[in-house]
Ligand binder design. Structure first.
Ligand SMILES: *Cc1c(COP(=O)(O)O)cnc(C)c1O
Length: 381
């Protein structure tokens, strides 16, 4: 065992189950451990490193900005913040933005905004949904194991069955401030919402007057082959959260709202010291520009299709689903598969006993997809 793993065990809070790999550096879709052994990374820092490890374009923009100005707080105006908000307006078609440092913070802001804008308290969330680990985001996260030890949480929250219109209709009412949905559930193992289900959420919104929050923390910035999963559903939420891939792994997130929602909030309702600092905004701007300049939405669609078609032909695979490079695979033993793949230098993430998630950098190339598929093919032979 690496001495670093032993040292971590003595000083780090033991919240995480980790792979026994000490990662030293990365290049594109590949990670290198402390002994120089390389792995094909189909996890990408949990759907964060979308333009690849060691991306020179993003790294040099970050370095340049770090020398110029890293942080001044939101007591001042800075150019990268304005530029990033303008860019997000273009690619999200929402109107107003607030910057955070993580996904869970984006969700916290979204929940506060929803209460403020509606004057209502209740939230509707869905079975198997994941929205983060801080108190508010945790309150709308499904898994009891995450929630129970920390109650009382924010309430009232009603959990409706994901993709059940009947259950949704029972849960949503005139006391509901917002319905929060991952258009494609990520942590659950990549489960897309049905189109009819999404349509019904918006019909009920118009009828009952709640707001719709799309949590696009994982689906955002090209992961699904569109800028945002909302584009797959032709839907425009009132509030949208984002983070993970926004800065290629640099901690930066945002919450977006419609102009209508924005008219109902007031100065002082929310804030952040670090949120939207020039360094984070420059990282996000560079990441978005790189995606645009290299047609990575199209690459995500093409490579995703190649990947999914390859997986569908395998006899041990029970189900393949997803959009672009956000792919879920059900098998008999997800841990077993993931261990096999690791022994073939391919890293995937088992999200449950049965489900494996494939979320590589959007820069992945055909020969890398082929390399991964041949490792899958060798499973059980
Ligand atoms: C990861 C994730 C979060 C939480 O993001 P953190 O940056 O870990 O706080 C929230 N919502 C969704 C959909 C996520 O995938």
């Amino acid at each position: 065992m690496s001495e670093w793993i032993e040292r971590e065990g003595k000083v780090f809070m033991q919240f995480f189950n980790r792979y026994s790999i000490v990662v030293e550096r990365g290049e594109g879709c590949w990670l290198y451990d402390e002994d120089g052994k390389k792995y094909l990374d189909l996890i990408a820092g949990i759907a964060c490193v979308s333009v690849g490890h060691g991306n020179e374009f993003v790294a040099s923009r970050i370095a340049e900005q770090a020398r110029k100005l890293m942080h001044v707080s939101n007591l001042f105006y800075t150019k990268p913040q304005v530029e990033l908000a303008e860019k997000l307006k273009e690619i999200t078609s929402l109107d107003r933005f607030f910057f955070t440092n993580s996904g869970t913070e984006s969700v916290e802001a979204a929940l506060k905004i929803a209460r403020r804008a509606t004057g209502r308290k209740k939230f509707v969330a869905f079975t198997n949904g994941f929205h983060g680990r801080t108190m508010g985001a945790l309150s709308v996260t499904w898994k009891e194991k995450f929630r129970k030890p920390f109650e009382p949480l924010v309430g009232p929250v009603s959990f409706a069955d994901f993709n059940s219109i009947e259950s949704l209709e029972r849960a949503a009412d005139r006391d509901t401030a917002a319905v929060i949905l991952e258009p494609v559930q990520g942590e659950a193992g990549v489960f897309p919402a049905d189109r009819d289900f999404v349509r019904r959420i918006f019909e009920l919104r118009d009828e009952l007057g709640f707001l719709v929050i799309f949590d696009e923390v994982q689906t955002g910035f090209g992961r699904t082959g569109e800028w945002f999963a909302k584009d797959i559903y032709n839907a425009t939420p009132d509030i949208m959260t984002m983070a993970k891939a926004m800065g290629n792994g640099f901690p930066v997130g945002a919450v977006a709202v419609s102009e209508d929602v924005h008219t109902k909030i007031e100065k002082g309702d929310h804030g952040s010291t670090f949120g939207g600092n020039p360094l984070a905004c420059e990282a996000a701007l560079a990441t978005i520009e790189y995606i645009e300049q290299n047609n990575l939405l199209e690459n995500a669609r093409r490579m995703g299709e190649l990947f999914m078609n390859g997986l569908k032909g395998l006899d041990f695979v029970e189900d393949v689903r997803g959009f672009g490079l956000m792919i879920g695979v059900s098998v008999g033993d997800a841990k077993g598969l993931s261990q096999h793949l690791m022994s073939r230098s391919v890293l995937v993430n088992a999200t449950s006993e049965r489900d494996v998630r494939i979320i590589p950098p959007l820069t992945i190339r055909e020969e890398e997809v082929s390399f991964a598929l041949s490792a899958f093919r060798e499973y059980g032979v």
